[in-house]
Ligand binder design. Structure first.
Ligand code: SF4
Length: 200
């Protein structure tokens, strides 16, 4: 079928109406929910160390322009946020606070672990620093670097968008959780993998 749609007065319609002459659209609830969720993310306002400066750049510099995703307003209250960007090392003293902010955020919620320190403790292999924020909260995206540049954070956000857009719901989700659990149980423990374990 071709030709532009016209309204009552014979005026040519533009944009979506033109592409959908029949006037309705079929999709799944899963796809619709994913589309809405990925396009309405609000990050929580907080930073822990030097990585936070790069995170602030993404929200302040027009060059990076996170507002193109409607994400430039970092929320001061965790109850209005559904994305936590852990930017910087997490000290043991700060760990309960990070967990509390996460618990207070609106569900469903997602976490980006930004930088080497947040993901693994980085160069701070000592008693004061949590050796990876995934000891405290679940992480959806790990972003390497010290510090990662704002472009890298933008890339992590786009990857998270893809992940959220393809998230399964209901029985489909339950099936995937079962499969992931089964593969985790079947996986070789890390200390038995030669490259990580003792050699010889
Ligand atoms: S990864 Fe590097 S820039 Fe980020 S908090 Fe650690 S030391 Fe700072």
């Amino acid at each position: 079928m071709s030709g532009a749609a016209v309204d009552w007065n014979g005026i040519k319609k533009m944009g979506l109406e033109e592409k959908l002459p029949s006037g309705f659209l079929l999709t799944t609830v899963e796809k619709l929910a994913g589309y809405m969720r990925k396009n309405s993310l609000w990050p929580a306002t907080f930073g822990l160390a030097c990585c936070a400066i790069e995170m602030m750049a993404i929200g302040s510099a027009g060059k990076y322009d996170i507002s193109r995703f409607g994400m430039e307003v970092f929320r001061a209250s965790p109850r209005q946020a559904d994305l936590m960007i852990v930017a910087g090392r997490v000290s043991n003293k700060m760990a309960p606070v990070v967990r509390q902010i996460y618990d207070q955020m609106a569900a469903p919620k997602w976490v980006i672990s930004m930088g080497a320190c947040a993901s693994s403790g980085g160069m701070f292999n000592n008693y004061a620093i949590v050796q990876g924020v995934d000891h405290i909260i679940p992480v959806d995206i790990y972003l390497p670097g010290c510090p990662p540049r704002p472009e890298m954070l933008m890339d992590a956000i786009l990857k998270l968008h893809d992940q959220i857009g393809n998230e399964k719901l209901g029985v489909n989700r339950a099936k995937i959780v079962k499969e992931v659990e089964a593969s985790a149980i079947a996986a070789t423990p890390i200390h038995q993998i030669p490259v990580f374990g003792k050699q010889g």
